[in-house]
Write a new protein. Structure first.
Length: 79
């Protein structure tokens, strides 16, 4: 059974509490999502480490319950 967008968002927010998370269902099938995650903890962190932090927050669900996730990560823009 596919994961709901709200569940993906909740897991990411739980693992990265200060993150701003946007989830988009790419195919309308509840199985292919895009996630945009903006978090202060990403500042100065290489992109691969940012993605690893999001995958860690998802607790091993990638490739299983969560079939496909297009991931965009970044630190908030400082003004």
């Amino acid at each position: 059974m596919p994961m709901a967008a709200a569940d993906i968002e909740a897991l990411i927010r739980e693992g990265i509490p200060d993150a701003h998370v946007e989830i988009t269902d790419l195919a309308g099938d509840g199985d292919h999502y895009a996630a945009r995650v903006v978090a202060p903890m990403f500042r100065g962190m290489p992109r691969v480490r940012q993605h690893q932090a999001v995958y860690a927050a998802l607790g091993g669900r990638m490739g299983g319950v969560l079939h496909a996730l297009q991931l965009t990560t970044e630190a908030p823009v400082e003004e």
